[in-house]
Design a protein around this ligand. Structure first.
Ligand code: AMP
Ligand code: GLY
Length: 438
């Protein structure tokens, strides 16, 4: 009998998960509930339905109908909606944490408080607020080196950094008021200065195994300018570290993820099963934690899953059966570069409904489809990040060439960042870190 796997989500990250599962030597079938008809995923699964995957009834009915054994949850919203909890109740094993454990991503206050209560290093000075009372005073205490964070999911757009997105106390207070008017909570925390990196780890609640470190590029335009996005591209290095990090930074980040997995078990009594994604910053005197995500990153999933040598379905089984200690997860010692092409006008006013053409891309396996629909045999942009190209090679420079070659041959009203993975940008990061630490 085959193992039936339910994939939730239909972006490029889920395309990468589907492609990785398709390399499995096990007898399996993939079913998908998505928000669009991703042509890349459709080619890898038995069935793809477009339905509200944040609705527990929709998901459990589909799971029962298709005799699902395991589920893999891609995005954060279904985690927040308790889809994992609903699936466990009908005996589906879920790769992705339950609602309570997913608070490590869905509530910034929960994450910060837990790390503080368990004395986990890397946290900032912070305070949470539901009104303006004490806001100005706390910002002054932080000597205007602060960040304001909406306490909830906001697709990467809930964080405003003083001096970058907020110019002057007036703008900072307006942003707080905006959140308060909507009945929201916010955190104000110390601003860190340094270079960001992502460390994702497979967890079963007791055992943790780390993936290669990746750096994302949040800003829309070249040289890290323009508005924040879901991520315009990523790279990783053959040694699974990054050129601007020291060995002790990597060890510190690994330790923080491990302590967090253990603290989550102690606090909730439940095992965290899935991916724990630490967003870190290397600073003058070590490593700080920016935030946690409770899932694979997008685009980071494309980097790490392209290198994964271990069978992903075996990993999902081991994670959800708390047997992660029985397998040794291996990644190829290669560098990767991933570049996203996005619709003109992204992220503020992306165009949609326009045709794109991938017929000039030589290696179609280097592409991951995201916000793309297939209509009458044509690929149509559907309004968010469109598709990504990955390069895998011995060096970052060679991987960048491959990614660039593929993405530059995608035709349509799109743009992408040429600079991701290029030596100039890497040198800037290395120099930045060197100056901070000298
Ligand atoms: P988050 O949604 O928490 O990942 O924040 C989005 C972005 O805001 C991060 O990728 C950082 O660039 C920035 N950021 C968040 N927290 C801080 C902080 N404490 N110090 C400096 N930058 C931050
Ligand atoms: N690449 C950032 C994220 O997945 O949240």
């Amino acid at each position: 009998m085959s193992t039936n796997i339910l994939l939730i989500g239909s972006g490029a990250r889920e395309h990468a998960i589907a492609r990785s599962c398709s390399k499995s030597s096990l007898n399996y079938k993939i079913f998908c509930i998505g928000s669009g008809y991703n042509p890349g995923i459709m080619g890898k699964c038995e069935d793809l339905v477009v339905a509200n995957f944040n609705d527990p009834n929709v998901v459990t009915n589909y799971a029962k109908e298709h005799k699902i054994n395991y589920a893999i949850i891609g995005p954060e919203n279904p985690l927040q909606a308790g889809i994992a909890d609903a699936l466990w109740k009908i005996n589906v094993k879920v790769f992705g944490p339950t609602q309570s454990l997913a608070r490590i991503e869905t509530s910034k206050e929960f994450a910060r408080k837990m790390l503080k209560d368990f004395n986990i290093p890397g946290g900032p000075i912070f305070k949470s607020f539901i009104s303006l009372k004490g806001v100005e005073e706390f910002c002054n205490d932080l000597q205007n080196e602060f960040v304001i964070k909406f306490d909830g999911l906001a697709g990467g757009k809930g964080v405003k950094v003083f001096g970058e997105h907020l110019h002057g106390m007036g703008q900072a207070l307006d942003y707080c008021k905006n959140i308060i008017d909507k009945g929201g909570k916010f955190l104000i925390e110390e601003k860190f200065i340094g270079e960001e990196f992502s460390l994702m780890s497979f967890c079963d609640g007791e055992t943790i195994q780390h993936m290669p470190i990746v750096q994302d590029h949040k800003r829309a335009y070249e040289n890290d300018t323009g508005p924040n996005t879901g991520g315009m591209g990523t790279y990783s290095n053959f040694d699974h570290s990054l050129p601007f990090l020291e060995g002790q930074d990597v060890e510190a980040a690994k330790r923080i993820n491990e302590l967090t997995m253990r603290a989550l078990k102690e606090k909730t009594g439940m095992n965290y099963m899935g991916v724990l994604y630490g967003g870190f910053m290397a600073v003058r005197d070590g490593v700080r934690l920016i935030e946690y995500n409770a899932r694979f990153g997008d685009p980071e999933a494309m980097n790490v899953l392209s290198l994964l040598e271990t069978d992903l379905i075996e990993i999902c089984k081991a994670v959800t059966e708390k047997k992660l200690s029985n397998i040794k997860i291996q990644f190829d010692k290669k560098a990767t570069v991933c570049k996203y092409a996005v619709p003109q006008g992204y992220p503020d006013s992306p165009i949609k409904g326009e045709k794109i053409d991938t017929s000039n891309v030589k290696n179609i396996e280097s592409l991951y489809f995201a916000s793309v629909d297939e209509v009458d045999g044509n690929l149509i942009e559907s309004g968010s990040r469109t598709l990504a190209a990955i390069g895998v090679a011995d060096t970052i420079a060679l991987a960048e060439k491959t990614a660039e070659e593929a993405i530059s041959n995608v035709k349509g009203p799109l743009f992408y960042r040429k600079d991701i993975g290029r030596q100039n940008l890497l040198n800037r990061r290395i120099e930045n870190m060197r100056k901070l630490r000298c």
